[in-house]
Design a protein around this ligand. Sequence first.
Ligand code: MG
Length: 360
Amino acid sequence: MVNIALIGCTGNIGRQVAEVVRRHPQLFSFSALVCGRDAEGLRALCDEFRPRIAFCGENGAGEGVFEGCDVAFIAASGFAGLAYTLQAINCGKKVALANKESLVVGGELVMRAAKEKGVEIVPVDSEHSAIFQALGFRRGAKFKKIVLTASGGPFLHCTAEQLARVTAKEALNHPTWKMGAKVTVDSATLLNKGYEVIEAKWLYNADFGQIEAVVHPESIVHSLVYFEDGAALAQLGYPDMRVPIQLALTYPERLPCAPDLDLAALGSLHFERLPAEKFPCFALATEAGKAGGTTPAVLNGAAEEAVRAFLRGRIAFPRIAETIREVLGRIPRAEASSFGAIAEADRAARAEANLILYGH
Ligand code: MG
């Protein structure tokens, strides 16, 4: 029996983790269920799964929630996930990581702590799970380059004029994946793909020059690894997060989960260049990743505030990227040597973003 401490249990990923556990009650159980806000949703999950520990609150539950678990499943969204990831590592727990911000803002800290504690970090993001699979579940395996696939989001072929007028409702209508609101908007701006480049850098110890992104609108090929001899390995499947979620809990074993691909019914798959010039968030993220230190934390803090303003109908879509760029220009880089330094950069970025967005 694998005991799971699930952080972010009421969110989109958290609910799919619960589905996997529901399907295999003889293999998995929850030792702890934790959420940020949805007390009602938490209560329903507790009634069903009877965890020893339940917690709802935005200020963090502390390390106690990882007591007695075999796997810390970090599915919280946003900056809030980082503290939990670091706590789980500190407790020596294996981490199934669905919170991409943990690596985007705290990659250096997280990977160093994991190494010191001998803790495994298992990727759950579909692209990074695909890479993990293509590498035979060996994160340290040699490769030439990584190619991340991107659906391109709902606005892939919009003109600049059209992008200036798109609404939050349109941004939330993702063509292939059903996800939470923040990551869906991040997919529409391609900020998400920039985040995934940074994630790949930390997870697979890659140089930024070894990581590329290509648009693949059908979301069937979930990413590829290229090797020295010209061979490339990919993982394919219908877009269904339950596959990487379940695999993070069972690998190298596999259990039934999703329907087989029907290739003839799919017909053809398409690939095209990533239109980075039209979606400046992608380059903002990868440049912040290259700058390192607290720069990605500033980028993320600004992005979380700007996306919130866009979802509330307060700013136009292109203002998301502009706000991030302005905040990055105002806050100098510092070393990301501690959680405190990263949290301070996050706080400063949000304050600066709110000044730009609302004038206070
Ligand atoms: Mg992804």
